[in-house]
Every structure is written in C-alpha cells, then in structure tokens.
Design a protein around this ligand. Structure first.
Ligand code: NAD
Ligand code: TYD
Length: 353
C-alpha cells in the first residue's frame, strides 16, 4: 500500500506527509515541482526515511505520472499541488490555469489510465482525493448562511476560478468515467510551514522584523480559519471513510475578520516576544484593497461531522498560539525562506550527495 501525494513540499502537503508518517508506515511518494512555494526543508525530518520517496517533477508531465503510477502502484492519489496565492493569481493568472486546471486534468487522465489496469479489490479501493478550497463558492453577505456542499459555485479571483474548474473536472471524471474521486473544500488554514506571503505568517514575520503589517482595505473581510493539523486529520477521515463521488466541506467553526486576526497575532507576540519599541499593533497599516476582494467566507462543516465523525481538535486560541510559538522557534526556517536559501536545499542536500 502506498499513497501518491502531489504538492507535498508545500504548506498543507508537507504537514499532511509529516502527520501521515507519524501515524502510519504506509509509504508516501511525494511529487512536487518545487515552485517558489515548495520547500524541502519542511520535510527535513524525513531525511533517510525509506517511507518517503521524494520526486521532483510536475503534475503536467504525463510520462512521469505514468511511470510513477506503474512503478509504485498507489492505492490513493492525494492531490494538493496547486498555485495557491490569490494576490499572485491577480498579477499572473497563467500559472494558475496551467497547474490548477491543466495539471489536474493530466493527473486525472493518468490516474484513470492506471485505474483501468487494476482489477478486483485494488480497482474498487483506489481513490483520487482532490484538495480544494471554500473560495470556489464566492463571497457571502454578513448574515447569509455558511457554505454547504450544495452552495452554487461563484468564484471571483483567477485562483478560485481555477480551483473551481479543477473541482468540475474531478466531478466529471467520476460521473463520466466512474473514477472513484473524493473532493474536500476547506477554509483558510494556518500553522507551521506556512509561506510568509499569506496573512498570518506574513504578520508574524513582519512584526518580528519591525516592518508594517499591511491590512487590505478596512480589514473587515471575514474568513473561517482552521489549524492545518485539523485539515490533515479531516483528509485522513475522508480518505478512510468518505463516500466515493461525494464532496465534504471542512472548516474550523471560527469566522473572524482580518483585523481581529492581526490584533490577535500582535497580542500573542507582545506576550511571548515583547518589543522594546512598544506593542506590535503600532505597525498596523491599512493599504489599498485587493481587487475583487471577497467579503466573507464561512463553512458549514456539519456533513463531515455527521457522516464521518470529524471535528477540529484545535480552537483558534490554541492553534494560533501554537503557530506563533512555532515561528518564534523556527527563525532559521523563516530566514531561509526570506533569503531564498531554501531554494538551494535541493542542490545542497541531494545533488551534492
Ligand atoms: P502551497 O502554495 O503552500 O503549496 C503548493 C505546493 O504545490 C508547492 O510545494 C509547489 O511546489 C507545488 N506545486 C505547484 N505547482 C506544481 C506542479 N505543477 N506540479 C507539482 N507540484 C506543484 O499551497 P497550500 O497552501 O499547501 O495548498 C495546498 C492545496 O490546498 C492547494 O490545492 C490549495 O488550493 C488547497 N487549499 C489551501 C488552503 C489554504 O488556506 N492554504 C485552504 C483550502 C485549500
Ligand atoms: P490570504 O492569506 O492571502 O488568503 P485568501 O486570500 O486565500 O483568503 O489572505 C487572507 C485574508 O487576509 C484575505 O482577506 C486578504 C487579507 N490580507 C491582508 O489584509 N493583508 C495581507 O498582507 C495579506 C497577504 C492578506
């Protein structure tokens, strides 16, 4: 038994791989293109661990996919790989179309071809698990009910439109070809190994460096926030017990405006690493809003709780404290990301061996 994970050097993928191998001896083949967001240092603790096979490659490379599937014969494909940052999608949508739509298409086709070679129990057991986002549902008004799995799709950014397209492809490959798929749509994650271009890690590293904390617009945009370890446990539950062809929304039951998130981070830093210059909130600055900025996301996570018995283990208070402490304890990881040094890791650690 083996899992094929795509994007396992990114934020959520690396957390998933580390959590998986902490609880299971089932090996993981980890395919990642190591874009700017892929960081093999996230997986440094697995060095020398034969259960983790890292493959540097692109999900758009059909020949590579065919070879990996034939060689490792995974019982599941867990698809995390994506371009994931909304602001980057506004500046350069091309990579989002290429990886999130065309890459997912190629992965689906390769998995379908491999699945068609399987027989009996192995064929019935195969799963293609597509990791997606709540952003595909678009923006909610302040009092509207939270997103359920039947909420209409209304993506507003190039990122969310590309993820919506990939969700539709996954659905169609199930309905048309019978491919045994699972799709999860999750809210905003936070936790260790989060690339500091996203709100929470950016605020932590900027505050520690005495740099401005840029809040877009009025800062009253609302997101639901989930600790990344809880996302990983939800994916494990869906992979183990989810019904083929079904969609599960994953959320933290924790809606918060961005402004409150930033103030919470500042207050934790004031407690854990006080600055001689005064409270970190002094660094907050309001900057021009993001174009097409969705006002509110909220997840109704009752289906996954009812059907699979999953609920988040962390509260926001416990998860954000762990997260801030992780960044304080991993200044070397932050420094390597900021200097770009993490991109040399492949050469330093692998090529030179
Ligand atoms: P990330 O940007 O941190 O990591 C993405 C990883 O995919 C990187 O390691 C990158 O190198 C790799 N990758 C990119 N293009 C590739 C390609 N063509 N071939 C192979 N690998 C490639 O993203 P993340 O935050 O870890 O998100 C993982 C998945 O979860 C994405 O599909 C995202 O849409 C989804 N998601 C993210 C969040 C969130 O809050 N971060 C919430 C819900 C869903
Ligand atoms: P982000 O972490 O980019 O995730 P997403 O856009 O996928 O939800 O942003 C989270 C929220 O924080 C979003 O409403 C945009 C806002 N934001 C800021 O106000 N300032 C920033 O510097 C960043 C990166 C995000």
């Amino acid at each position: 038994m083996t899992l094929l994970v795509t994007g396992g050097a990114g934020f959520i993928g690396s957390n998933f791989v580390l959590d998986w191998l902490a609880q299971s001896d089932e090996p993981v083949v980890d395919l990642d293109a190591l874009t700017y967001a892929g960081n093999l240092q996230n997986l440094a603790s697995l060095e020398g661990d034969a259960r983790h096979v890292f493959v540097h490659g692109d999900i758009g490379d059909r020949a590579l996919l065919d070879r990996l599937l034939a060689e490792h014969r995974p019982r599941a494909v867990l698809h995390f790989a994506a371009e994931s940052h909304v602001d980057r999608s506004i500046h350069g949508p091309g990579a989002f179309i290429k990886t999130n739509i065309e890459g997912t298409f190629t992965l689906l086709e390769a998995t379908r071809a491999y699945w068609s070679t399987l027989q009996g129990d192995a064929k019935a057991a195969l799963r293609f698990h597509h990791v997606s986002t709540d952003e595909v549902y678009g923006s909610l008004t302040p009092d509207a009910p939270a997103f359920t799995e039947s909420h209409p799709y209304a993506p507003n950014s190039p990122y969310s439109a590309s993820k919506a397209a990939s969700d539709h492809l996954v659905r169609a490959w199930h309905h048309t070809y019978g491919l045994p798929v699972l799709t999860t749509n999750c809210s905003n994650n936070y936790g260790p190994f989060h690339f500091p271009e996203k709100l929470i890690p950016l605020m932590i590293v900027n505050a520690l460096a005495g740099k401005p904390l840029p809040i877009y617009g009025d800062g009253l945009q609302v997101r639901d926030w989930l600790y990344v370890g809880d996302h990983c446990s939800a994916i494990r539950a869906v992979l183990a017990r989810g019904q083929v062809g079904e969609v599960y929304n994953i959320g933290g039951w924790n809606e918060m405006p961005n402004r409150d998130i930033v103030h919470t981070v500042c207050a934790l830093l004031d407690e854990l690493r006080p600055s001689s210059e005064g409270p970190y909130a002094r660094l907050i600055t309001h900057v021009k809003d993001r174009p097409g900025h969705d006002r509110r996301y909220a997840i109704d996570a009752r289906k996954i709780e009812r059907e699979l018995g999953w609920r988040p283990a962390e509260t926001f208070a416990s998860g954000i404290r762990k997260t801030v402490m992780w960044y304080l304890d991993h200044a070397d990881w932050v420094a390597n990301v900021q200097s770009g040094g993490y991109r040399d890791w492949l050469a330093t650690n692998y090529t030179a061996r």
